[in-house]
Design a protein around this ligand. Structure first.
Ligand SMILES: *[C@@H]1O[C@H](CO)[C@@H](O)[C@H](O)[C@H]1NC(C)=O
Ligand SMILES: *[C@@H]1O[C@H](CO)[C@@H](O)[C@H](O)[C@H]1NC(C)=O
Length: 656
């Protein structure tokens, strides 16, 4: 019903506005309101695991999320300066998608508290009534959370939109006076631009000129992302010894992850194709020079190059997922969606325990221990960075990580700009319900255990004939579709999307999306193993020791993991073999992202080798062309996301 209201408004908007240089360029795809796309099957279970884990309990015991005076406090991390905003932005969709009344009550309380404490200048936040300097950035995740709340409860729209327009006025005045922009606001300005674009698209209220002016000022007072992401300046190695020609924080991993949105959001008000081209090339360079087989890139604070022991911060994992979704919506290149899916199904679950009570700050591709490291391989992060716990190294990822799964879910279905078609972007089990153009009421139910299976069964109901699209990932080889029980035929995707004609009534189709095993070349002659959306790694058997237990919440533990078996292997890529043992019940075990849980594995012939450690804490680089030091044996590789200690980049040998 809500969707219809927004769409009704939009169609009016499109009829009466012709885009020109002073308007916003349209997006290629539009999001559907929070709550219309629901997870099902194992994906719903995963969100329930998150809700029953650390994320869903933070508001009960964790200082940054459990307060009632949300604008109070002057600490850098408090409330609207960072932590409260992060928590709110993440837990609004989490609470809605699992319909958790306690979390929904807490996010509602947060929203009303912040809005009712807006001061008469329009300012939102802890500096109300104090002489502390006002900094803009900490409000941006709050704005994202507030926007999401209006998508679920339209009775909030007036209040949120009014507060946002007042805030825009004060922010614009501050920007004109050179105020409010510290190094973090200078790098993260795109988040505010995107919130302003939501106002412009849906509730401009006659303020179009001020909104565009504010977008432009944010860009001009911020770092020049078009230069940072240009070939000329882009760093092709770890940066700890490279002087940065711009603000040093431009090579900070989380800022880059958020900054990926800067150029596509800029394009909307410049209409300059160069902004999109640089965004797309910058994305490619980021992964070419700093990428990981798990789909993400490495930055242990700053860009960290390709070495397998360097770290990837959890915050940058979830921010890259969100940015990749936005890049797809603006540019429409399926490479963004392919990578977001890989990050979500590999890098995200790998860096949390299966029960999601403990999270790392930094994950490693080759990770032979998770403990207080001495020495550690991270030039700018602490010894405790790869421990699984409540707040290793910094608290930011504790409150920011919960946005990962919910936003992946709410961005999994989109519509075309004419609102005539529904697009299934991220593959997995879902239940979606939308009203398309001309009041076409559509539902789509996707039954699958993908990415732990190649098969997806989709049932569409519609009140009118329309074209449905589903993404076919680039790794699919020999994929087929069968519609309404007809014989299977080869897929014919265009720009990554397969179209399916859905008639009024019910349409059912089955996709089969097989993929080949692929190896990826990594530094020192090592290789990584991929098949379809999943990256496969050797799951090192581990012991577990509790390092710390939170006094208020005993389930919030810091855990040390140590290897209890050899991990020093070379593998023979010619012997890689895919194994699929589908669960007899048809259902995956819960939680799925833990050792031994995946129905999919890859076996390979391996041999023991000499492979040094640095201290007792991390593996040296994979030795090139190692000699076998013992008998060959078969080892099993598991999806990277189910491993907590692992080898993901192996030396190779030729078996006999
Ligand atoms: C959400 O839960 C409440 C009870 O807490 C219930 O009244 C409501 O119908 C549920 N909503 C949905 C969409 O399931
Ligand atoms: C488009 O952007 C590029 C790179 O920032 C710039 O050199 C060029 O002048 C811009 N074009 C216009 C028309 O503004």
């Amino acid at each position: 019903m809500m969707l219809f209201r927004v769409f009704g408004f939009l169609s009016l908007f499109f009829q009466t506005h012709v885009y020109s240089q002073t308007t916003l360029a349209p997006k290629k795809f539009l999001t559907v309101p929070l709550g219309n796309v629901k997870p099902a099957g194992w994906l719903m279970d995963q969100l329930v695991v998150q809700t029953n884990g650390l994320a869903g309990h933070l508001h009960e015991f964790y200082d940054y999320a459990s307060q009632t005076d949300w604008t109070g406090g002057t600490s850098y991390y408090s409330n609207l300066e960072e932590a409260g905003s992060y928590w709110f932005n993440a837990m609004v969709p989490n609470g809605v998608l699992v319909n958790n009344s306690a979390i929904n009550a807490k996010t509602s309380q947060f929203l009303s508290y912040v809005l009712s404490h807006q001061d008469n200048t329009g300012w939102l936040g802890p500096e109300v009534g104090t002489t502390k300097p006002r900094l803009l950035w900490g409000r941006y995740p709050f704005l994202f959370g507030a926007i999401q709340m209006t998508e679920v409860d339209t009775t909030l729209t007036n209040q949120v939109v009014t507060a946002m327009h007042k805030f825009v006025a004060v922010a614009n005045t501050m920007l004109k006076a050179g105020e409010g922009v510290d190094a973090w606001a200078a790098t993260r300005w795109e988040d505010f631009v995107i919130a302003l674009q939501w106002l412009y698209d849906f509730h401009p209220n006659g303020n179009e000129a001020l909104l565009i002016d504010t977008m432009q000022r944010l860009k001009w007072t911020g770092v020049p992302w078009e230069k940072v992401f240009s070939q000329h300046y882009f760093p092709t190695t770890a940066v700890e010894n490279t002087p940065n020609p711009f603000d040093p924080l431009t090579w900070h991993g989380v800022n880059m992850a958020e900054g990926l949105k800067a150029l596509p959001s800029t394009y909307r008000f410049t209409h300059n194709q160069s902004d999109l081209d640089t965004a797309s090339k910058g994305w490619d360079m980021l992964f070419q020079y700093h990428g990981r087989p798990s789909g993400i890139f490495a930055a242990d604070e700053y860009l960290a190059g390709l070495e397998a022991v360097r770290g990837t911060e959890l915050c940058l994992v979830v921010e890259t997922m969100f940015s990749g979704s936005y890049l797809y919506q603006v540019i429409g290149d399926p490479k963004f969606a392919d990578r977001v899916e890989r990050i979500t199904y590999n890098a995200l679950p790998a860096t949390l325990t299966g029960d999601m009570w403990s999270r790392q700050y930094l994950q490693q591709q080759n990770q032979i221990g998770a403990k207080n490291m001495n020495p550690n391989p991270f030039p700018n992060d602490g010894a405790y960075s790869n421990v699984f716990g409540l707040e290793p190294n910094y608290p930011c990822c504790t409150v920011n990580h919960p946005q990962g799964w919910p936003k992946f879910i709410s961005n999994a279905f989109l519509t075309t700009p004419d609102q005539k078609s529904l697009v299934h972007l991220y593959l997995g089990p879902f239940m979606t319900s939308v009203t398309l153009a001309s009041n076409n009421k559509v539902t789509a139910t996707v039954e699958t255990i993908y990415p732990f299976s190649d098969t997806l069964t989709t049932t569409i109901t519609a009140t009118q004939t329309f074209t449905y699209f589903v993404r076919i990932p680039s790794w699919v080889v020999g994929g087929t579709i069968s519609i309404n029980g007809a014989t299977t035929r080869a897929l014919t995707p265009s720009n990554g999307l397969q179209s399916v004609s859905a008639s009024a009534g019910t349409t059912k189709f089955v996709l089969n999306l097989p993929a080949d095993i692929k190896t990826e070349s990594r530094p020192h002659g090592s290789i990584a193993v991929q098949r379809g959306p999943l990256h496969y790694a050797f799951d090192i058997p581990r012991s577990q020791k509790v390092l710390k237990r939170n006094a208020q919440q005993s389930l919030a533990v810091d855990l040390e993991f140590d290897a209890t078996a050899a991990w020093q292997y070379a593998i023979d890529p010619a012997t890689l073999k895919f194994n699929n043992v589908p669960p007899a019940s048809g259902k995956l075990p819960s939680p799925i992202f833990d050792s031994g849980k995946s129905p999919l594995t890859i076996s390979v012939t391996a041999c023991p080798i000499s492979w040094a450690t640095a201290g007792d804490t991390f593996a040296a680089a994979p030795p090139p062309n190692p000699a076998c030091t013992g008998a060959q044996k078969a080892i099993t590789l598991a999806p990277y996301g189910t491993t907590k200690l692992r080898i993901g980049e192996f030396p190779t040998f030729r078996s006999t």
